[in-house]
Design a protein around this ligand. Structure first.
Ligand SMILES: NC(=O)c1ccc[n+]([C@@H]2O[C@H](COP(=O)([O-])OP(=O)(O)OC[C@H]3O[C@@H](n4cnc5c(N)ncnc54)[C@H](OP(=O)(O)O)[C@@H]3O)[C@@H](O)[C@H]2O)c1
Length: 286
């Protein structure tokens, strides 16, 4: 069997075209563009690169972008003051904290200090809790939202299906498990302490992997015909790799997302959709 490849790049392009039109309409109505601010502390190259990628993503989507950077020796109080400034600024609709942060900075405390109404990354416990209880409004982290959008677009039937999510981070694994549960899957969450992970994965009709170990999931971990969503992104000497060994998985699965070109592009467009949602909420449009 050769799997159908779920083309995230193509779906992201489609959504971006719709989004750009919606952004244009918003700007026309309000006289300003939805605006995303990123807050970075120190000169970590990964955080800086991520900030540049977000800036490009904003530019391509009609979102205004602001970046605030504090020095590597900034104190917690300095960072919280900068964050509070962004929280209070009515011209900012979305805020993202870029990681990694210097060791003296308490990331959890910053997340709690973030205005939940501007938390377009869906990291604040209020958004996570509202998602868990399906109490709108809330922001869904963009990566799992993108995975779900790919499944929906491919008309994958979810109700009653056995789903396995490998990874339990607050930003990918847990929200993905909740989204699948809300669509009436029977969900198992696996992680680093799971016993016999290949056997657990083989129970999945829908297998979602968010671990960060390149090519960990092999074809013989996959139930024939299963739908596999690979969130993993690791830069290796051989290029960007997902958590699944694509060739062997695609030989067994019914559908599979590629890396690159699967979940990644969807994350980018859905983050921008979340900024528009935040701006609409702030202006009473939703
Ligand atoms: N496509 C995108 O746009 C996008 C966005 C975000 C993240 N990602 C990628 O998705 C991957 C996961 O990101 P994350 O932020 O969720 O990572 P994370 O916070 O490091 O979480 C990784 C999860 O994988 C589990 N794990 C680690 N080793 C394992 C093993 N050998 N077997 C089973 N589970 C194992 C961990 O289990 P424990 O909890 O037990 O430690 C943890 O729950 C990374 O490759 C990341 O780059 C992609």
């Amino acid at each position: 069997m050769t799997a159908t490849v779920l083309n995230g790049a193509a779906l992201a392009d489609e959504r971006k075209a719709t989004l750009k039109a919606q952004m244009g309409a918003f700007q026309h109505t309000h006289g300003f563009a939805p605006t995303l601010a990123v807050l970075r502390v120190g000169d970590d190259e990964a955080a800086a690169g991520y900030g540049r990628a977000i800036a490009r993503n904003c530019k391509g989507s009609g979102v205004a972008f602001r970046s605030e950077t504090l020095s590597a020796d900034a104190r917690q109080a300095d960072v919280e003051a900068a964050l509070n400034g962004l929280n209070r600024d009515p011209s900012i609709h979305g805020i993202m904290l870029l990681e990694p942060l210097p060791p003296q900075i308490d990331h959890g405390a910053l997340v709690l200090a973030l205005d939940p109404a501007k938390d377009v990354d869906g990291v604040h416990p209020l958004n996570a809790g509202r998602l868990a209880q399906q109490r709108l409004p809330y922001f869904v982290p963009a990566t799992p939202a993108g995975g779900m959008a790919l499944l929906t677009h491919a008309n994958v039937e979810l109700q009653g299906k056995q789903a396995v999510v490998v990874g339990r981070s607050d930003i990918v694994g847990k929200p993905m498990a909740l989204l699948l549960l809300h669509q009436h899957c029977t969900v198992t969450i696996a992680h680093s302490r799971t016993r016999d992970l290949p056997a657990v994965c083989r129970t999945a009709d829908i297998l979602c992997v968010a671990v960060g170990r390149p090519e960990m999931v092999r074809g013989d971990w996959v139930k024939p015909g299963a739908v596999v969503v690979d969130f993993g992104t690791t830069y290796t000497a051989d290029g960007l790799k997902g958590d699944c060994h694509f060739e062997s998985v695609a030989a067994v699965a019914g559908m599979v997302t590629p890396v690159p070109g699967g979940a990644g592009p969807m994350t980018n467009v859905i983050l921008m959709e979340n900024v528009l949602q935040a701006a609409r909420l702030a202006t009473g449009m939703e």
